[in-house]
Design a protein around this ligand. Structure first.
Ligand SMILES: Nc1nc2c(ncn2[C@@H]2O[C@H](COP(=O)(O)OP(=O)(O)OP(=O)(O)O)[C@@H](O)[C@H]2O)c(=O)[nH]1
Length: 624
């Protein structure tokens, strides 16, 4: 069907609109399926435009903005004799993208809120993974209708029977009701589109009420400013409106309203149940936040849609340029990233060991890693990051409470109680590994909350765990203990009091702030021994002996010594080649300039990088 004849935005009857998302574990085929749907619905032409569309994404990727379209509008005509039994006719499908990873749970929940159904896509050769489950629970929490689909049925290793049963057991349907697709060959995708029409409830809203639209994504574009993606719940938003953000009452000029199909298409207005974008001339995503409700300034709604949450960083780390001269570049780079990232926070910080840098707040480990990666790649920076830590609430004997986001700020006074954040974790693994996983969780102070068999050889284990342990090396250890077969997902779940202490690392009696850590008392000794041992190997010998100590307050709990030696760079230079000697001496001098000085001890920046690389990358199971 030609897009020109498709139902137009602003005048689309909600009864023909279907809003859905696809939830899947990484690599189970979400992007391929989405591409296939764009082709089948004629939004992207199979030969020419597909290549073009992908090119466009490359450019976007290079510019570091939208990696995927956040929401695409697709017309779809259901034929008379469809197997799904859907009413024949032309429909408007809005496919809404959800960020995949746990760090962005709140963003995921808002994208889900904008839909009425979720396609639960599972690889027919892999089965259900932890991330599939976590997102499924969120979708069920949002009351979405779930459409179970097994993908990659073309693979020789596909085990349709086994995983259809697993999936059916999970969502509570018959195995025959699980749809089968190959996003790669296209098999089953038309049938899936018909099923989406049949099974997804049409949106319901009051067309005559004051406008209310949910912001489910907000993206900074260099050329157009902030592009805000919304789902209209009541009333309509017109390009003539001035709009109001209900959490702040800030009013903005509306410059453009439209839908994405797959290029932005301007529209006069968008109405009940429709999904589209707004451009309002705001320059920073903080002014147009995910979860907020948009209304019109004139005759606006008085009650928001609810559910708005301010993003709060959960993991903090210090970022320092290896070369001190890069500090202004780092500051500018963080400022630029913040334009497109409402959750990133930073403030200047000085470290005795590392010099000038920033204390940055992130939603989680993956968010931290993405940010750091972008700073290094896009802004050409070499960075040292301190070990990530969570936020602790410390109550002192005199009744004052402090929030500690940096171990070096840990109060010296008498501490009455320390509270740490806790997460609910879901671990999925082959049942052979139950023992080793339990052992690991015990070691990390976890509490088993429940365990279910998904099939005869796969289990879901639910634990509560201190978040501080997860940001340390939990995921690395889980992967190595289960040969990579376990998957992990977690969400924040309150606080608990814990016996935590600050361990300082001292070089020649001087504490090195970058190495201080807040750890459980039982783990303090092993942290001290590990750090002292590492540093002994990493710090080059000096002309004098250097003691390395780990201490809790004034009490030393571990000690190593770096023996004295003069590093003679000329030792290997036989003969009298004076120019080569000079070169070596100059090289040594340049190296010295980059050295960080702790008291009189010279530490190469590489030693900090290596010593601080104790934490693991988070599971890369989504992009944002
Ligand atoms: N054989 C086969 N391969 C498929 C199918 N669908 C996707 N793939 C392949 O599986 C890999 C992952 O597919 P993607 O669509 O990128 O998966 P995704 O879930 O979007 O992954 P992320 O975007 O990285 O989260 C790619 O190499 C695809 O070509 C399918 O139906 N059959």
């Amino acid at each position: 069907m030609s897009l020109k004849n498709a139902p137009q935005p602003g005048s689309t009857d909600p009864s023909i609109i279907r809003n859905f998302c696809i939830i899947a574990h990484i690599d189970h085929g979400k992007s391929t399926l989405a591409d296939r749907m764009l082709q089948l619905t004629g939004v992207v032409d199979e030969r020419a435009s597909r290549a073009q569309y992908l090119d466009r994404m490359d450019i976007e990727r290079e510019r570091g903005i939208t990696i995927k379209s956040q929401a695409v509008r697709m017309p779809w005509t259901v034929p008379a004799d469809n197997a799904a039994g859907a009413e024949p006719g032309t429909y408007v499908l809005n496919m809404i993208d959800t960020p995949g990873h746990v760090d962005f749970t709140y963003e995921v929940s808002r994208s889900l809120e904008a839909c009425e159904a979720a396609v639960l896509l599972v690889d027919a050769a892999q089965g259900i993974e932890a991330q599939t489950l976590a997102n499924l629970y969120l979708a069920m929490g949002a009351d979405l209708h779930i459409i179970p689909v097994l993908n990659k049925i073309d693979l020789p290793s596909a085990n349709v029977e086994k995983y259809a049963a697993e999936l059916a057991g999970l969502v509570g349907c018959e195995p025959e009701e699980v749809l089968l697709t190959s996003a790669k060959t296209g098999v089953g995708v038309e049938a899936l589109l018909n099923e989406i029409v049949k099974q997804t409830p049409a949106p319901v809203g009051d067309a005559d009420a004051p406008a209310r639209a949910l912001i489910f994504d907000s993206v900074y574009d260099t050329y157009r400013g902030v592009v805000t993606y919304v789902r209209v719940v009541d009333g309509k938003l017109s390009h003539r409106d001035r709009i109001k953000m209900m959490s702040t009452n800030a009013v903005h000029e509306m410059l453009e309203v439209g839908v994405i199909s797959p290029e932005p298409v301007k529209a006069g207005e968008i109405g009940v149940g429709e999904v589209g974008y707004l451009i309002t001339g705001v320059k920073d995503v903080r002014q147009s936040r995910v979860g907020d409700t948009v209304t019109s300034q004139h005759r606006g709604a008085t009650e928001s849609l609810g559910g708005y949450k301010h993003p709060n960083p959960m993991v903090y780390a210090g970022l320092y340029p290896i070369d001190g001269d890069d500090y202004p570049t780092l500051r500018d780079a963080l400022e630029k990233l913040q334009l497109n990232d409402a959750a990133l926070t930073y403030e200047p910080e000085t470290s005795g060991a590392l010099g000038f840098g920033f204390r940055c707040g992130f939603l989680g480990l993956l968010h931290m890693e993405i940010t750091r990666d972008r700073l290094e790649r896009e802004f050409n920076l070499d960075l040292i990051s301190t070990a990530p830590n969570v936020v602790y609430e410390v109550a002192l004997d005199d009744g004052t409470e402090v929030e500690v986001t940096n171990p070096s700020e840990y109060p010296d006074g008498k501490v009455a109680e320390v509270r740490e954040p806790v997460v609910k974790a879901t671990i999925l693994a082959p049942s052979d590994y139950i023992g080793t996983i339990m052992e690991l969780c015990q070691l990390k102070r976890g509490n088993l909350q429940g365990m279910d068999y998904l099939s005869e050889d796969r289990v879901e284990m639910r634990y509560t765990l201190p978040m501080g342990e997860i940001v340390f090396d939990f995921f690395d250890q889980l992967k190595s203990r289960t040969k990579g077969y376990a998957s992990l997902d977690y969400e924040r779940s309150g606080e608990q009091a814990a016996d935590l202490v600050k361990v300082d690392i001292l070089l020649q009696g001087e504490p090195v702030d970058a190495f201080s850590a807040i750890v459980h008392r039982d783990a303090a000794y092993s942290y001290g021994v590990m750090m002292a041992g590492k540093l002994k190997d990493l710090i080059p010998r000096q002309q004098f002996e250097v003691p390395i100590q780990a201490a809790i307050g004034a009490r030393v709990i571990a000690r190593e010594t770096i023996r004295a030696i003069r590093k003679d760079v000329l030792a290997k230079c036989y003969g009298g080649d004076i120019s080569r000697k000079r070169k070596l001496l100059e090289k040594q001098k340049a190296g010295k300039k980059r050295m960080k000085n702790i008291g009189s001890v010279e530490v190469p920046p590489e030693a900090f990088v290596a010593a601080l690389a104790t934490t693991q990358p988070a599971e890369k199971s989504g992009k944002k």
